[in-house]
Design a binder for this molecule. Structure first.
Ligand code: CUA
Length: 181
């Protein structure tokens, strides 16, 4: 800490101390390790879900959701009569977040892979699947795609994990995984 101005004003001509070099060296090595961890963890880590993201207008996203709902609805769920949609195995499936619901209920087949699209129609929500350790931010204007292969059948609750206003705590949804026929 310097209280008075330095005696030698042109400090960058001063020789670098060994200890300082050592610190810079250690910091550099650590930075390189952290840098290598990014691709390594992407390939080997079991926490991060790889995703793709695309720009999309909320209305265009809604149209995709509505199209899927119109084609593949098999029932309805709850007081809000949220459609239960069973899209073909291996297809692109769409889930939308809005104040304050996840729409629709997706029925997926165990052991099949899907490209799950997530987007919001208003502002930021948090997609959190219970009890799985999945947690993703959902933004308006961004179509986020994760490839999922459900391995366990049953009902999985979706909660919103980003505070989004007065109804945040009521923002619940569901993904149903059914055993292959
Ligand atoms: Cu949506 Cu909190």
């Amino acid at each position: 800490m310097s209280i008075s101005p330095p005696e030698q004003k042109i400090w960058f001509n001063e020789p670098v101390d060994k200890v300082e070099l050592l610190w810079v060296g250690m910091a550099l090595v650590w930075a390189l390790i952290m840098f290598a961890m990014m691709p390594l963890w992407h390939l080997k880590g079991s926490q991060n879900m790889s995703n793709e993201a695309y720009r999309i207008h909320p209305e265009a996203y809604q149209a995709k959701v509505d199209d899927m709902v119109a084609k593949f609805t098999v029932g309805e769920e709850g007081k809000a009569k949220t459609p239960v949609v069973r899209p073909p195995a291996g297809s692109d499936v769409y889930l939308l977040a809005r104040l304050w619901e996840w729409y629709p209920v997706l029925e997926l087949e165990q052991g099949k892979s899907y490209r799950l699209h997530l987007s919001s129609l208003d502002w930021q929500h948090g997609f959190s699947v219970q009890p799985a350790n999945i947690n993703l931010q959902v933004h308006p204007g961004i179509d986020e795609v994760v490839t999922i292969t459900p391995t366990t059948s049953g009902d999985f609750g979706i909660i919103c994990n980003e505070y989004c206003g007065i109804g945040h705590h009521t923002m619940l949804g569901k993904i149903r995984v059914v055993a292959a026929k």
